[in-house]
Design a protein. Sequence first.
Lengths: 235, 209, 272
Amino acid sequence: MKFIDENGFRKDGRKCDELRPTRISAGVLPNANGSALIEQGGNRIIVAVYGPREIHPRHLARPDRALLRCRYHMAPFSVPERKSPAPSRREIELSKVIREALEPAIFLEEYPRTTIDIFIEVLQADGGTRVASITAASVALAEAGIPMKDLVTAVAIGKINGTIVLDLNHEEDQYGGGDMPIAMMPILNKITLIQADGLFTYDEIKYGLELAKKGIDKLYKIQREALRKIVEVTK
Amino acid sequence: MVIFKKNGSLVYPCSLLAEGNYKTGIGVYRENNRFFSSFLGYFKKDYNNTLNVVPIKSVYVPVVGDIVIGKIIEIGISSWTVDINSPYNGILQLSETISRPIDLVKTDLREILNIGDIIIAKVIVFDLTRDPLLTIKESKLGRVREGYMLELSKEEKLSERKIKDIEEKFKCSIVVGKNKRLLIIPKKNEKALSAIEYIIKNIERGRFK
Amino acid sequence: MKTHSIIPLLRKKTLLTLLNKGERKDGRTFNMYRKIEIQTNIIKSAEGSAQVRIGNTIVLTGVKLNLGQPYPDAPDQGVQIVNAELIPLASPSFEPGPPDEDDIELSRVVDRVLRSSETIDLNKLSIIRGKKTWIVYIDIYILNHDGNLFDASVIASVAALLTTKIPKIEIVNENKIKITEEKVDLPIRNLPVSVTFSKIGNHIIVDPCYEEELLSDAMITVGIDSENNICTLQKIKEGCFKPDEILDILKRAINVGSKYREKYLKKLLEKS
C-alpha cells in the first residue's frame, strides 16, 4: 500500500515531518483538580487529575513521597468496532508506560503519604493515543497546580513505505513498517518514554529522535498556550 | 547575577527565572546555578534575593499556627478526624477540646462534636510524616453554631479591608481560614445568603485580588 | 514481602562506590552477562520447551499448539499468543493473583520481539485459508527472579520455539484435514535476542541482577533481530535517558546481542 506519493505527501496531505492539527484546552472538568482535552487529528482524549489527595487503601501510602496512579482507558465507542469496556492488556500496559513517562517530571516528594491520580479517557481514537494522552496529562497536572520539573511532551515516529515520518495516524500505524512513541521533558532534554515496534536500523532511530524533537518543540508551545489561556479567562 | 523574568510575569513549569546567587522560595527549584519555576504561576522576587513563584492553583498544606475551618468526618475513641480541605486530614484529640478532665467511659464523644460539625481550629503540630494535630482550646476557636462555610477554589487574597467592608455591608462576621475556606456568620439571618452570593460572584470574576 | 525490595542504605552506598570505579558487585564489566545456561525439551507434555538460567534468574517457557481459526484480518496467517506470569514462588515480592501490569508488560514486550522480527513464520502455519491454522501458545513462567526477566524470557521463548515440533498436516479436501504421525520443525525465520540495560546514576549496565534493578532509576530493553535491526524498544521504570545515552545503548545492544546470539542460539540451531 502506498502511503507517500511522488511529491512526498501523505494520504492526509501532510509532509513527512508535519504534525496533525492539534488543539489543547485546559480546565474543562470543574470537579477535577486539573484537566485537559486534546484534539489531534481524529484523536479526542480527555484527562483528569485528582490530587494530591488522601490515599485509599492507606497501606499503599509512601512515607516519603506521593504515589502516582494512572489509568488509560478507551471508551467503547472510541474505535470503529465497539470495544469492551473491561480493561484490556494493552490498556494495562499503556497505563503503566504513561505513568512512567510522567513520573520523572513531578516533584512527588512535596506531598508524602498522598496520591496523585491521573485518569485518561480516549473518547475517539486515531493512532498515537498514548503520546497524545501524555501531552494532555502534563497540561492537566500543571493546571492542577502540581509542582513539576518540566512539562512532558510526546509524539510518535513511524516508518511508512521505508520513510521515517512524524505523528502517525491510525491507518499509517496499522499498515506501516513500525512505530516509535517518544516522550520528553523538552527543556531538560530528557527522554521519559521510548518504545519501538517494527524494524528500524540504528540510523533510522537516530533520525527519528531528531524528527521527534522537532515535533515535540512545536507541541510544547501548544501546551503552554493552553495553560496561558486559563489565566486569561480568570482575568 | 541575571534575572530573566519581570516581577509579576506569568511563568510555566521549567521557565528559566534567573542565574546566579539567589535563594529558592516557593515554587522554584535549582539546577547548578540556574533557577526554574515548578508551577504555572506568577514570578515574585523578594527583597532579600529569594525567588518565588506563586501558583495559580494549589492544595492547602498545613503550617503550624494556621487557623483553619474544618468539618468533622470521623469519630474515634478519643479523637476526631477533621477534613481541613487538604490532602492531610486533621486530628483533634479530646485533650485539645475541653480544659476540664473527662471520664472517657461515661462520655459520648458525639456530645462534644458530632460528624458534620464545623469547627474553627488551629494547627499545633505538623511534620510531613503524620497527620496534622489541631486544637480548639484557645479563644475564638471552637464549634460553629450558626453560619455558612464557603470553599475558595482559586488563590484569593481577601484583604482585611475588603472583609471589613463585606461584614459591614451584610451585617455578618467573616472568619478566613488559611485552608481556603471562609466562614460567614450572620448577625441577622437573611443577609448572610446575599453575602455569600456577593462573594461567590466576585471571586468568579477575580475581583478580590 | 516489602522488606525484600528495600535495599539497606549502606549496601546502596557500597554498590554505588563500586560502580563509580567501573565495577559491579559480582566482578562483571558493564557489558557482561552473567552465566547463561539453556536446556531444551524438558517438558514432555509441551510441543516445545526451554529453561534458561541467567545467573540466578530462572525462566521456563512452554510452547503448545492448537488448531483453530485465524484472525479475520489475517486469514492466511498463524496465530501467536504470548503469556508471561511472575508466579509467587519466584520471589518474596510476588503476590498471588491475576496478572498485573508487570506480567502484562513482560508478555507484550516478548510478544513484540518475536512478532516484529517474525521469529515464527506465521505464513507457513496456515492450513486452510480463513478457516484452519495453527495457534502457537508461548507461556513464560518465571521460576526465580534475580533480575533481567526480559532477556531470560526472550532467550527461553526463542530456544523453546527452535526445538518445537508440530505434526505434519495433510489436507484431504477443503473441509477436512488429517493430522499425521510425522513431526516437523516449527517454521522459524529469525533469531532475535534482547539486551536489557539499567541506569544507575550516570552508569548504564547490561543484564542487571535484582539488586541492581532496585537501585536503577530507569531500564530499557532492546530487541535485535538476526540482521541487527532494532525490532523492539521498551523503556521501563520512572527515570529518564538523554537522547545520546539511547543512541549509545543501541550500539552496545547490537554489539552485545550479536555476540550472545552467536554463542548460545546458533548452537541450538545446529543441534536441531
